[in-house]
Design a protein around this ligand. Structure first.
Ligand SMILES: [Zn+2]
Length: 109
């Protein structure tokens, strides 16, 4: 079963498989329907542009492509590792994300 996208926009993630393995970047966009994310600096495709008003001579634009969120893990801001995390409800009823490695609360879920 494919699970939903486990990370949020603004999260820092590390790619765990493929040619971008080990690369870290910020999640720029999340596509829950297809389980994909766009991460800053990951899966960058070069696109050749025809000349237009902005770029009179045309050129190459670099653009991040979507890739499966399962190929990335959240980087814990506390311990700095690519980690699995769980969800917990704290005393006041707030749901939080908790690092499975160091046990620290990462943020509100
Ligand atoms: Zn941690």
């Amino acid at each position: 079963m494919r699970t939903a996208v486990h990370v949020k926009r603004g999260d820092t993630v590390e790619v765990i498989v493929g040619r971008y393995r080990g690369k870290r970047g910020k999640v720029l966009r999340v596509f829950p329907k297809d389980g994909r994310i766009i991460v800053e600096g990951v899966m960058v495709a070069k696109k050749h542009m025809k000349p237009n008003e902005k770029m009179p001579s045309g050129g190459i634009v670099e653009k991040e492509m979507r890739f499966p969120s399962g190929k990335a893990m959240l980087v814990c801001p506390r311990c700095g590792r690519a980690v699995r995390f769980g969800h917990q409800t704290i005393e006041d009823g707030t749901k939080v994300r908790v690092c499975r490695h160091c046990g620290e609360i990462i943020d509100k879920a």
